[in-house]
Design a protein around this ligand. Structure first.
Ligand code: LLP
Length: 415
């Protein structure tokens, strides 16, 4: 049994099956390359999160706000809406897309960085959307936008603070702390020393500060647990200080970050323990919160999607063997080309297992050396016409794909 087999992906007669259909059958209908998503898998992922937080006291609402940047497909949004999810949106266009999918305004929080006056104006059109400020310097711009819009209704705001600690699978996805692991200064959030001042200013300007938010980074595994819980402690401490200063918050938002399993040897982030830790700390804090929020993106959708592509030919050059496929990383699954640490399992869907395995590099059709889905992967020798599946393609793949080389972004099919 392969580590990735589950209710979505299976092997029958040495062929890859996606729920009830073989990958080969699916591409006969839809062509290649194509993204295939499983609603069933998304729902099961959601259920895992709900179960992790199920011991919350009835007075504390647990909001699961889908970080739609991971995959804003309307059918995915609708599926999550039906199950009670909220939305983490990071651009006015995401807010609009969430509204179009049917989310009520009050279930949307807008968290933007480098936000323009125009962006704020667009979001302020929706009176019940909560605006989560990423910078002290945004407050005046928001006030200006409110004035320009002649907005009468109160504006619900929260503050994204930077608790001084961050974790992510790549230096590019660490979103808190002073600098990332490669030295890049971190642009997100209000620094610790300015948080209370930000709340005071918001109040003075007539805004309605309702929450405190943090997001440490993306792609946590087991080893990120100690930092994740340390950041929970910092958040509670900061909320206590705010309470002392007269700010009784409605919610604390702990952000997203908990990763699904991308490779066999990866040890999963202990979600249940994390949830229990948050609940325990929140409930013993006497903060009288109405709600807590988590903002999962990749946990909900990454393992619910695959990219299917076709092998055009197998090429030998020097001692290298390539499966040349009819897709490009940047147009489909850009993560391995962008992040050194990103890994996507690749399965030969037409011949999953075999006694004889070959080391083969799966190369895309773009004019860049980095356009490889996987380097020297061990698998049964592919042939022309074989179908290859890139796993974990449900999150940050279609949403980050480009038209580089004027290649189209493939269509998405939901099972
Ligand atoms: N909340 C906020 C404010 C965020 O910025 C993000 C992700 C999330 C929640 C969801 O994080 P998740 O649960 O998906 O880890 N392109 C990268 C991921 C960047 C995530 C940025 N922010 C990747 O492909 O791995």
């Amino acid at each position: 049994m392969s580590w990735w087999q589950d209710e979505f992906l299976n092997i029958k007669n040495n062929k890859l099956y996606l729920e009830e259909k073989s990958a080969e059958e699916i591409v006969r209908k839809y062509g290649t390359p194509v993204y295939i998503y499983s609603r069933k898998k998304i729902l099961n992922n959601l259920q895992n999160i709900q179960e992790a937080f199920s011991s919350a006291s009835p007075e504390l609402e647990v909001r699961i706000a889908y970080a739609m940047k991971a995959n804003p497909h309307p059918a995915i949004l609708k599926t999550l809406l039906k199950k009670g999810c909220w939305i983490d949106a990071v651009s006015p266009a995401e807010v609009k897309t969430a509204l179009k999918a049917g989310f009520p305004e009050y279930k949307i929080m807008f968290t933007g960085t480098s936000i323009s006056l125009k962006d704020f104006e667009r979001v302020l059109k929706h009176p019940e959307v909560t605006i989560n400020l990423d910078a002290y310097e945004q407050i005046e711009i928001l006030a200006e936008a409110r004035k320009k819009m002649r907005r009468k209704k109160p504006v619900r705001v929260s503050v994204r603070w930077n608790p001084g600690l961050g974790r992510g699978f790549s230096s590019k996805t660490v979103t808190a702390g002073e600098r990332s692991s490669d030295g890049t200064p971190i642009k997100f959030g209000v620094e610790e020393a300015s948080v209370i001042e930000a709340f005071k200013k918001l109040k003075k300007l007539g805004f309605e500060p309702v929450g405190l938010h943090q997001h440490l980074g993306s792609g946590w595994t087991e080893e990120d647990f100690p930092v994740a819980i340390k950041a929970v402690d910092r958040m509670i401490k900061k909320a206590r200080e705010l309470k002392k200063a007269g700010f009784n918050l409605e919610f604390l938002d702990f952000g997203g970050g908990f990763g699904p399993k991308y490779r066999a040897e990866q040890r999963l982030f202990p979600l249940a323990e994390y949830a229990a830790y948050i609940l325990d700390k929140v409930e013993s804090s006497k903060l009288d919160l109405k709600a807590i929020t988590v903002e999962p993106g990749k946990y909900l959708v990454a393992n619910a999607g695959v990219l299917l592509m076709k092998v055009e030919y197998v090429k030998k050059s020097y001692r290298n063997l390539f499966a040349c496929v009819n897709a490009g990383t940047y147009n489909t699954v850009p993560r391995p080309a962008i992040y050194e640490e990103a890994y996507h399992e690749i399965v030969n869907a037409s011949c999953v297992n075999g006694r004889q395995k070959t080391k083969i590099t799966v190369a895309g059709h773009l004019c860049e050396t980095g356009d490889v889905f996987g380097v020297e992967r061990l698998m049964p020798m592919p042939r022309r016409g074989h179908i290859m599946a890139v796993l974990m393609a449900g999150a940050y793949c279609h949403s980050m794909a480009s038209n580089f080389n004027l290649r189209p972004i493939p269509k998405e099919i939901i099972l």
